[in-house]
Design a protein around this ligand. Sequence first.
Ligand code: PMP
Length: 360
Amino acid sequence: SETERYSFAAGPAMLPSAVLAQIRDELPDWNRSGFSMLEQPFTTSAFKQLMAETEQDLRTLLSIPQNYRVLFVQGGASAQFGLVPLNLLRPGQSADYLESGHWARKAIVEARRHAPVSVMASGSTQNFTALPAAQDWQCDPNAGYCHITSNETGNGLQLPHFPELSVPLVADMTSDFLTRSVPVERFGLIYASAQKNLGVAGLCLLIVRDDLLQPPQPSLPSALSYAVQAEQQSRFNTPPTFALYVANLMLRWIKYQGGLAAMAAATERKSRRLYACIDHSGLYHCRQPAVDRSKVNVCFELREPRLLSAFLSEAEHVGLHHLAGHAAVGGIRASLYNAMPLAGVDRLVEFMTRFERIHG
Ligand code: PMP
């Protein structure tokens, strides 16, 4: 409707209105337990059932092979930046990283605190406006793993394909998780925070090949060990219960919409419409080459940068919120996660066209 508000925030993101309504309806008394979801112990059979169902839905949607474990942990993807090398590398072993943008750089800085890291290719010479070409990646066959960022949330870049490597491929999929299907069998580890496409903050998902689980180094706290959490079904300590509940609802919603094929088609449609508006305009400008453009974080600039604050405030007046680019990048960013309806993108395109007519 005309009064609907849309959040284009990079995260935490919008939730589908049907999911929000269900949370509101179920909140006072979850599962006829007499207590709200916020008050549920994680050790009851009802809550264990919720976790099992959440895992099963993920396995079905992503076709996760049997030899992979699904873990639900706290700490966000940022904690995994350090925990990946601590869990996957043996002493002295090095890791390869693709330096594709802001988030890959964060991952590299944290990993370097624990292990030798080699940057196999970098987009730094292009100021991270394009991805390094796949044929230029210098992979070390002796590396413990090779780390990529499937979607650079702040730079608006997304890897269209994933390589088949001889070393375990590790991916930070935080911003495009569940927006398309991925060949899980090519990965040693996939990790993703939930607050963009899978609900609310507090939950991080790990999908890890079971042969990579190893007894924790003595200095690694047990709660942060993949092997320990796998052994304990992600209940070594209290899991993020409310975020798990919302993830459970989000997965049902995704299934109901038609699964990952439907999510990918919707993401394609939304992003095409917005990029077409940008490419046909004289005011808006997207620097990323078409092949590297993210379908979930559309980043662009105004050829008249002085109009930026008018753009952002006039957008808010018509219900289009949180369109400012990442602080380190500037410009405009429209995040089109799973819960963003096509109507939100249509409203944005309509606004951009009108804004250009008036100011351009
Ligand atoms: N990686 C990527 C690609 C991200 O977009 C983000 C969050 N914007 C993070 C990691 C960090 O996630 P968290 O804040 O949950 O640690």
